[in-house]
Design a protein around this ligand. Structure first.
Ligand code: GDP
Length: 320
């Protein structure tokens, strides 16, 4: 698409870099850390980007109770540091608003901000009631992005993304845990899958569709926030049923619930109203739930067959 893409990497000898290079041959990498303001300023100065996408976060909800302060620093204050890096490098102050050619900023906001939902489906104007330190930190990033738009006239927008999945999803998240679990049981590597709350429901979509929406948001004439989701909700139990049926198994023979995966506060049901994105961006998801889960199960069967059953263990699926 004519993009030159740079990825920000953190840490010394980060073990994910090798994996990343195999996956994304064309992406150039630059060092920087959301905890380090100077490193972000240096990265923006070096790359001179037209667009910045902040997809970085501590994003696993259970971990946000274990490391609540770090989640606030990375997922919340990290947004401030990226916005400040853009502002400083663009020479924007309250008395000097950006001109043409300004850097456009995308913030990955989350449906977890709705938490205990006030209405269903959720729109751009549904009030937030986050239910985890992660949701609280994302709400901070969301409001700060709006605030930088209003304070400095920056082209800064948030996509309120509902859960988006793909075969690349970490195995600690329920979709991948289930597709990997079903594939392992099918191939005889395991007999049982232990899960938490089977009654929770989510609006699950395909990550590729959501990335397309991000790009469309930054290509608009004027900055605005959008809900991105499918508008269709399924329970964890329906997810499990779909994944196990895809490999010809009955989930009831293999899935057990385990209190270790129950969270201190739960988000029961999320469902997007993506009409604004459809009307203004012309965005619609191309891949539905059944197709998404079948894609993930197929990819996991293939991965396990080629790796001798050890796939997905780099992240672990331990309880929190
Ligand atoms: P989240 O919506 O960002 O928290 O995404 P997750 O994929 O981590 O969790 C989605 C839902 O699945 C939540 O309501 C969880 O409580 C529920 N769930 C049930 N069992 C599990 C499990 O074993 N692992 C995870 N990650 N979630 C589970």
């Amino acid at each position: 698409m004519g993009y030159e893409v740079w990825g920000l990497i953190r840490g010394q000898a980060n073990p994910r870099v090798r994996h990343l290079r195999q996956l994304l041959g064309d992406v150039r990498l630059i060092r920087g850390d959301l905890l380090d303001q100077g490193s972000l300023i240096a990265a923006v100065e070096r790359v001179q980007p037209d667009e910045v996408y902040n997809l970085a976060a501590i994003s696993y909800v259970p971990m946000s109770w274990q490391q609540a302060e770090l989640t606030g620093e990375v997922t919340g204050l990290g947004v401030l540091r990226v916005l400040e890096a853009i502002r400083v490098c663009s020479g924007i102050s309250s008395s000097r608003t950006p001109g043409r050619g300004q850097i456009r900023f995308y913030q990955a906001s989350s449906s977890e901000m709705y938490g205990q939902v006030r209405e269903s489906p959720q729109t751009e104007s549904t009030p937030f009631h986050p239910r985890s330190p992660y949701g609280v930190a994302k709400a901070y990033g969301h409001f700060l992005t709006q605030n930088y738009r209003e304070s400095y006239g920056m082209f800064a927008v948030s996509g309120i993304m509902f859960n988006h999945e793909s075969p690349r999803r970490g195995s600690e998240f329920v979709t991948r845990k289930v597709t990997l679990g079903a594939a392992k049981i099918k191939l005889g590597y395991e007999r049982q899958l232990r899960l938490g709350n089977m009654h929770a429901s989510r609006d699950w979509g395909f990550a590729g569709d959501y990335v397309r929406a991000m790009q469309m948001m930054l290509a608009q004439d004027s900055p605005a926030d959008y809900v991105i989701g499918t508008g269709v909700t399924h329970s964890v139990e329906q997810l499990v049923d779909t994944a196990f049926r895809a490999v010809g198994l009955n989930w009831r023979d293999h899935v057990v619930t385990d209190a270790a995966f129950i969270r201190p506060a739960e988000v029961d049901r999320l469902c997007a109203d993506p009409s604004k994105a459809k009307d203004e961006l012309g965005w619609e998801p191309k891949i539905g739930f059944e197709e998404l889960i079948a894609m993930m199960v197929d990819a996991d069967v293939e991965l396990l067959a080629s790796s001798g059953g050890s796939a997905g263990e780099e992240f672990g699926t331990d309880s929190w």
